[in-house]
Write a protein that binds this ligand. Structure first.
Ligand SMILES: [Zn+2]
Length: 275
């Protein structure tokens, strides 16, 4: 008998439903969906994982399996800490596609209903307009400064606290890419707008899908060129230049912000392989 089990990524108000056995969590792997699929439920097909098909869908009320304790709802961000990396990534992809589906029920051109065309595209039932999921790119940048280059240990990086951070830690300057600008121009503009600094040597570092709800973070490094920090009050509440020995609270391991900071601190990054 062929193994017909699928991985089911079921979402309920921003959380993913996971199977809890002892202290470990996993994505339900079974033939039938672990929650009822209604006639109107949109079920998203996802790429295979470990030889099993994957599906994602949302429910609006807790299914039986959640009420009886078989499944537990875990925030998508928090699931980073309890799922292997490829499952966390797939949950993010599923969440993004479900978000896209729920926000594109009708055609932006003529207003008629949209119908799935391929696994990741839709077509208007009236005018034929075709759409694909949209990703919103944002940059994030680590800025180095050393006023005494002969003493490398005096090097510092700029950390900021954004008003929308969930707790009292410091992160990096970040912002959405605007239409018509390069990523490097975006880095320079965001740094200028948020801190009134000029930077140079803008270099690509790495990127990370950011499914909250549909972004991608593109990490850069840069060097301080000129100016004194004057923070944009609407977005940031505080900032500072921090040395390796006086780091404040910094973002969690899941974020590229943390990878950029760890890279500078010289820590070995806790990376994909390890999770
Ligand atoms: Zn249309």
């Amino acid at each position: 008998m062929e193994d017909q089990r699928k991985y089911w990524f079921v979402f309920i108000s921003g959380c993913v439903l996971l199977k809890k056995e002892g202290e470990s969590y996993s994505v339900p792997l079974q033939e039938e969906a672990p929650a009822p699929i209604q006639a109107w439920t949109y079920v998203q097909e996802l790429p295979e994982l470990n030889g099993h098909e994957c599906r994602a869908f949302s429910v609006s009320s807790p299914p039986e399996a959640m009420r009886n304790g078989e499944l537990e709802s875990v925030g998508l961000r928090a699931s980073y800490n309890c799922l292997p990396r490829e499952f966390y990534d797939m949950a993010g992809k599923g969440a993004e596609l479900l978000y896209w589906d729920s926000n594109t029920k009708f055609c932006g051109v003529c207003g008629a209903p949209m119908k799935p065309s391929t696994v990741i595209s839709k077509k208007c039932t009236h005018c034929g307009k075709e759409i694909w999921p949209q990703v919103s790119p944002a940059i994030i940048v680590r800025i180095r400064r050393n006023d005494t280059p002969e003493n490398p240990e005096n090097e510092k990086i700029l950390l900021v606290h954004a008003r929308n951070f969930r707790s009292d830690y410091y992160g990096l300057v970040a912002g959405f890419v605007e239409t018509g600008e390069t990523l490097e121009q975006c880095v320079e503009r965001e740094v200028w707008e948020e801190t009134h600094l000029k930077v140079k040597n803008v270099r690509y570092f790495g990127s990370q899908p950011w499914p909250y709800p549909c972004g991608i973070m593109i990490g850069f490094t840069a060097d301080y060129e000129s100016g004194e920090v004057k923070i944009q009050q609407e977005e940031l509440s505080k900032s500072g230049w921090f040395g390796r020995k006086d780091m404040p609270a910094i973002p969690g391991k899941m974020s590229i912000a943390r990878k950029l900071i760890d890279d500078w601190l010289g820590h070995a990054c806790v990376d994909e392989q390890q999770k």
